[in-house]
Design a protein around this ligand. Structure first.
Ligand code: ZN
Length: 134
């Protein structure tokens, strides 16, 4: 099922986001390790796209990777993220984007824990958090 895309101009994103959010989510930036607000965050709830609000990751899929970035074994739904080959900096990595608005979220690496063996290494700046209802 194709998702309806959210498309905005660079100016619209810039006015909606903080400077750091814009740099990471719209310009493929990376926040410094251990600097993001969700690297060491343990509440129950859902991490959503900072740009369009799409639910992306569940707190139950978050794990301690030690990397300094929030890390997950899987997205809430395979359809909520898109992946793209990234050859910047002489490395072959797999970029992870929001499937709805193409926000840059981070990268996925094949060195995660079970059950998936994947490590979705995300930027806090690309995420918002919605606490689970009591
Ligand atoms: Zn989005």
């Amino acid at each position: 099922m194709a998702m309806d895309k959210v498309r905005k101009s660079e100016e619209e994103w810039r006015s909606q986001l903080t400077a750091e959010q814009f740099q990471v989510a719209r310009q493929q930036g990376t926040e410094r390790a251990f600097s993001g607000k969700y690297a060491d965050h343990h509440e129950a709830g859902t991490y959503t796209c900072v740009c369009c609000g799409l639910p992306l990751f569940a707190s139950g899929d978050k794990f301690e990777s030690g990397s300094g970035w929030p890390s997950f074994v899987q997205p809430v739904d395979d359809a909520s993220v898109a992946t793209h080959e990234d050859r910047k900096y002489g490395m072959l990595r797999t970029e992870v984007l929001c499937a709805r608005c193409d926000a840059h979220l981070g990268h996925v690496f094949p060195d995660g824990p079970r059950p998936t063996g994947l490590r979705y290494c995300m930027n806090s700046a690309s995420l918002n958090f919605e606490a689970a209802a009591e």
